[in-house]
Design a protein around this ligand. Structure first.
Ligand SMILES: C[S@@+](CC[C@H](N)C(=O)[O-])C[C@H]1O[C@@H](n2cnc3c(N)ncnc32)[C@H](O)[C@@H]1O
Length: 396
């Protein structure tokens, strides 16, 4: 009996007894898919094919390869959806043309090569120490606009598909006048919300390095004056007031106590009678494809951030209730996300949405600042976290 038939038998019985589809052989070989992509990035295969379709012989000569394994490597990339084969020639699939051509405007290959893949290979170490791999390159390079742009492209790539479902899932837009997207990057999602609801004005709250990209975004979508950018650090600066406040794909970057802190800050910024909409890759415990995907995201947070992790819906619900939200409901959003709608009670004296008391809000944010200052002192060594703004989201 060969070793692979032993593995095959083991896989079959594991499937039968556990009742869970366990593609054991596929799993043991799955690193090959990621490595084939990494090798393509290292050799700049996609940059080479950006010039046009090529025969394997041409690729062998251009990339300086031996030839053995070349066709298999190319065909595996076809199966992964990165290449297309037409006759005896290969060309980039559209996604590779857009995101994987070195030097291209939307190139995300460096994030994968230099950050994501090396960090995941160090998973064992991160599990032992609780610390991320290497330095936080995002923070170290935020001064470079090209890197920030790549990051924003990646966020748009991930979040764009959620705009339609979000617009449909929350059906009370007509009641509100203002939307604030906290950690809203350059305003990709917000532009879609404002385009769909012309009566709304919107603000993005994000780190100062996003300002030029947000201005570009507003201009490109004809939203100058309706989409404005508010620069700040949500751990130290007060958030502006708004009827609807959105936070998406951001809480996973921080440990639980910081998520609790942010929920309090977000509550303070929602006008009375308004709502907070949180979308994220929340963990449900289900044995389904979405959970598998979201566990990968959570482990990515382990290896990439200081203290970030996936979190269950119940954790968010409890932070939201403790922060003072009156009602919390949730629903699935797209393939992997959960949308949580947190409603803030109208003020008793009948003030309408849009009339938040700035003085009261300032006081609350002041309390929050004081609280986070104390946490910095008390908890930093325990969680291994730090206060620098960072972002570990690097999923493609
Ligand atoms: C993972 S991205 C999510 C972007 C967007 N909400 C989405 O769903 O695509 C997190 C965002 O939070 C911002 N961010 C990180 N730390 C921050 C901080 N301390 N203050 C304000 N924004 C911060 C990042 O610049 C980034 O735009």
């Amino acid at each position: 009996m060969t070793s692979s038939s032993v593995i095959a038998e083991g896989a079959a019985s594991a499937t039968d007894t556990a009742g869970v589809p366990a593609d054991f052989i596929g799993l043991t070989n799955s690193l090959c898919d990621a490595q084939a992509l990494l090798t393509a990035l290292e050799l700049d295969l996609f940059g080479t094919l950006a010039a046009g379709p090529a025969h394997p012989d041409t690729l062998r000569a251009t990339l300086g390869l031996h030839g053995r394994g070349l066709a298999d490597w190319l065909d595996l990339l076809v199966h992964s959806g990165m290449l297309e084969r037409h006759g005896d020639r290969y060309r980039n699939a559209p996604v590779a043309d857009r995101y994987l051509v070195r030097g291209g405007a939307h190139y995300t290959g460096d994030v994968l090569r230099r950050r994501m893949f090396p960090a995941l290979l160090a998973l064992t170490e991160s599990l032992r120490t609780g610390a991320p791999h290497g330095t936080d390159e995002f923070t170290d390079t935020v001064s470079r606009l090209d890197v920030v742009r790549q990051f924003a492209d990646q966020m748009d790539f991930i979040t764009d598909p959620l705009a339609g479902p979000l617009l449909a899932a929350y059906d009370d837009w007509g009641r509100h006048r203002s939307v604030l997207d906290v950690g809203g990057c350059r305003g990709g999602l917000l532009s879609r919300l404002l385009a769909a609801h012309p009566h709304l004005t919107g603000q993005v709250f994000d780190l100062p390095m996003m300002a030029p990209l947000a201005a570009e975004q507003a201009a490109a979508h004809g939203l100058r004056g309706r989409l404005t950018f508010h620069a700040g650090n949500f751990f130290t600066d007060p958030l502006p007031a708004s009827d609807v406040v959105v936070m998406g794909h951001t809480l996973v970057n921080w440990p639980a106590e910081r998520r609790a802190f942010l929920l309090r800050a977000l509550h303070a910024s929602v006008n009375p009678g308004g709502v907070l909409l949180v979308y994220d890759r929340m963990l449900t415990g289900a044995l389904d494809e979405a959970e598998r995907h979201n566990l990968r995201i959570s482990l990515s947070m382990l290896v990439l951030t200081r203290g970030g992790s996936g979190y269950p819906l119940e954790e968010l619900r409890s932070h939201a209730t403790a922060a003072g939200f009156a009602g919390v409901t949730h629903q699935r959003l797209g393939a992997y996300d959960t949308l949580v709608v947190c409603r803030k009670a109208p003020v008793a004296n009948g003030a309408s949405p849009g009339s938040a008391d700035g003085r009261a809000r300032g006081q609350v944010n002041g309390d929050v600042e004081a609280a986070v200052g104390q946490r910095r002192q008390a908890q930093r060594p325990v969680v291994g976290g730090d206060d620098r703004p960072h972002d570990g989201q690097a999923e493609t």
